[in-house]
Design a protein around this ligand. Structure first.
Ligand SMILES: CC(C)(COP(=O)(O)OP(=O)(O)OC[C@H]1O[C@@H](n2cnc3c(N)ncnc32)[C@H](O)[C@@H]1OP(=O)(O)O)[C@@H](O)C(=O)NCCC(=O)NCCS
Length: 215
């Protein structure tokens, strides 16, 4: 069975994305409307989600074993809607990421994994998927902003060749924290492609030890 699956974010994914967003960015989040706008109206935006098929299967088994709510005619339609936490497809969504293409620069706008799913290579899988999209849509550079204190994210970006090129003072309005602006070298050069492919191969080999990956 393929365990980790990356796919395009859809409108139906947004409630769960927002749920993870609250955990991943506790002090400032994008509202659901921002994601709806990105998906519906922004032709330059590309958003992806990551699902764990094992969680989906377990959640489906639990849901199947639970008694169905009684639908008392004629008021059955008033029965409470299923909680999103009980929806197997929603529970299985454990990460998401996105970018905008501006001319030939892919600007990473967000990347997050559920706190329970961290340090398993899944943030890296999302970043690799964003690079793959960047290559497909003709990006020559990848860029992003990161909080100066965000050590996990900075380590991930360094691993994939991002370098700090400048600081944007008090960029984050919730706590006035500075942002580092990070850029890759030109990703289409043979050197960059080779390094990227080496990292990607190593990641896929790591993930294959516990599971399979598909996108
Ligand atoms: C940043 C984030 C996406 C990383 O996700 P993750 O699933 O834990 O990352 P991975 O397990 O794929 O780790 C990939 C690499 O990131 C780095 N890394 C991740 N977590 C780290 C940590 N706690 N400390 C140091 N390095 C870390 C390492 O270089 C790691 O490579 P390694 O496995 O070879 O050591 C995750 O911490 C997150 O969602 N944070 C909150 C949202 C956020 O800050 N996003 C970035 C906004 S700019």
């Amino acid at each position: 069975m393929v365990r980790y699956v990356v796919s395009k974010m859809t409108m139906g994914d947004i409630p769960r994305v927002v749920e993870i967003e609250k955990l991943a960015y506790p002090t400032s989040q994008w509202p659901a409307s921002a994601y709806r706008h990105e998906i519906q109206d922004n032709a330059w935006a590309h958003y992806i989600v990551l699902r764990d098929a094992e969680i989906a299967e377990r959640a489906a088994q639990v849901a199947a074993s639970e008694p169905q709510p009684r639908r008392n005619f004629p008021f059955g339609f008033l029965a409470p809607a299923r909680m999103s936490a009980h929806d197997p497809a929603q529970q299985a969504l454990i990460g998401y990421a996105g970018l905008w293409l501006t001319v030939d620069e892919a600007h990473i706008t967000t990347i997050a994994t559920h706190p329970n799913a961290r340090r398993r290579g899944l943030g890296e899988l999302l970043l690799v998927s964003l690079f793959d999209i960047g290559y497909q849509i003709g990006a020559r550079w990848m860029t992003l902003e990161v909080r100066v204190t965000n050590e996990p994210a900075k380590a991930l970006y360094h691993k994939y060749g991002f370098k700090i090129v400048s600081t944007r003072p008090r960029y984050y309005t919730d706590n006035n924290e500075d942002a580092y602006i990070m850029w890759t070298d030109e990703i289409t050069t043979p050197d960059c492609r080779r390094t990227f492919n080496e990292h990607k191969d190593a990641l896929y080999a790591r993930l294959r030890q516990s599971a399979q990956v598909a996108s």
